[in-house]
Design a binder for this molecule. Structure first.
Ligand code: NAP
Length: 373
């Protein structure tokens, strides 16, 4: 049996490390072509010793040992790959993803920014090049598993855990420390996405991704708060039938689904699912006035063009500032709101335009953030 050849962009991150745990369990089914890190060369070198990729890259490339040095672009141009898992964080994921699609390579997509910044370009390119984009995020992975015939789907229902402040007062949330914000009740993720989960910006960005991945109008994408994170998302068919995907909250399962699709293996499965152990499943409408980020993301998605780019860049800069202890949690969304209000959307964008707008917004956001200190 020929092993599936895979490269992992961002192998030292939360998704990257978990994907290697999945691959370890399926060692006879995968051959790793390349691994990539940002700054964590020490962990990358450990991964190289263990998984023996042919190629590796990192910001400090001279510190990388045991594999041929390469770059993200070269990894994504290498047709030895059957699939590339894009698990880097931030806009750095966009260009390599486009390169891989242009080479007809399938993508297991975790990187959020790719579709938020350039959903139209990426999805139409993937269609033209016949490259599959398999979502890794648990919600989109759930929807991907539920859909049999996309033409008969009437609505997408995306679940949200609600994050650490779901039932906390606005005052508690206003004064939340970085440590409290990073205490996610269900998921163990990178810091940036964990802060976004606390503000529900993450859910808003997921709505934009879902719009592109499943070609669904924003009015037909509903967010429902589900604190247990057992129902990972659902779809409603035109006849009123609802199909949901359930499972224990673990990123291993959607990662494995995405990189083995369309096959399924036991692989990383640690135990069987039991409805009786869960006992209850709760659902509630999001508190739109407390979690303003969600409404903002819907509005930006509906406007389209450069608006989601502005939202993403402003939010990311503000999240970094919050993580550095320089602003309060609510300043993140206030800053993003102001940047969106001031932004005049531009349409028909090239990839270069996208990066230029992203850059401009970041400069202006940083100026605003300085005034908040
Ligand atoms: N974590 C989750 O459960 C989850 C779920 C759904 C979607 N996502 C999305 O998946 C992506 C990754 O999330 P994560 O939580 O795994 O993030 P993370 O833990 O922060 O890891 C990010 C990875 O990207 C690398 N990286 C960052 N900046 C880079 C740069 N400029 N050049 C090269 N590599 C760079 C990091 O390298 P170093 O660490 O070596 O610096 C690391 O390997 C994000 O877009 C996130 O929104 C995550």
């Amino acid at each position: 049996m020929r092993r599936r050849r895979i490269s992992i962009l961002g192998s030292t991150g939360s998704i990257g490390r978990q994907s290697l745990e999945v691959i370890e369990k399926l060692a006879d089914r995968f051959e790793i072509i390349a691994l990539s890190a940002g700054n964590n060369t020490e962990l990358l070198n450990q991964q190289i010793r263990k998984f023996r990729p042919k190629y590796a890259c990192a910001n400090n490339i001279n510190e990388v040992e045991g594999a041929e040095h390469t770059s993200l672009e070269e990894i994504c141009s290498n047709k030895e790959n059957d699939i590339i898992l894009v698990a880097v964080s931030g806009k750095i994921g966009l260009k390599p993803t486009i390169t891989a699609i242009n080479n007809g390579i399938d993508i297991a997509l975790a990187n959020k920014e790719t579709l938020v910044m350039a959903g139209d370009i990426v999805m139409s390119l993937a269609k033209a090049q016949k490259a599959n984009i398999i979502p890794v995020d648990s919600e989109h992975c759930a929807i991907h598993q539920c859909i049999k015939d996309a033409s008969q789907v009437d609505k997408l229902i995306i679940t949200a855990s609600g994050g650490p402040f779901l039932h906390k007062t606005i005052d508690i949330m206003k004064n939340a420390t970085v440590e409290e914000t990073l205490q996610h009740p269900r998921w163990n993720m990178g810091k940036k996405i964990t802060v976004d989960s606390a503000t529900l910006m993450n859910k808003g960005l997921e709505v934009i991704e879902a719009h592109h991945l499943f070609n669904m109008d924003y009015d037909k994408i509903e967010v429902v708060v589900h604190p247990q994170s057992v129902v990972h998302s659902a779809i409603e068919y035109i006849d009123g039938s609802v199909v949901a995907q359930l499972g224990i909250p673990s990123m291993h399962i959607p990662i494995q689904y995405a990189i083995t699709y369309p096959a399924r293996y036991e692989g990383i499965k640690s135990r069987s699912f039991s409805f009786c152990e869960i006992a209850r499943l709760d659902f509630e409408t999001p508190n739109w006035s407390k979690f303003k980020a969600l409404k903002l993301a819907y509005e930006c998605g509906k406007t389209g063009g450069s608006m989601p780019i502005c939202l993403n860049a402003a939010n990311e800069e503000a999240v970094f500032s919050f993580l550095d202890g320089k602003i309060k949690l609510f300043d993140i969304i206030d800053t993003a709101c102001k940047m969106v209000e001031e932004h005049k959307p531009v349409f028909e964008l090239s990839v270069d335009d996208i990066f230029e707008i992203d850059n401009e917004v970041r400069i202006k956001t940083k100026e605003k953030l300085l005034r908040l200190r």
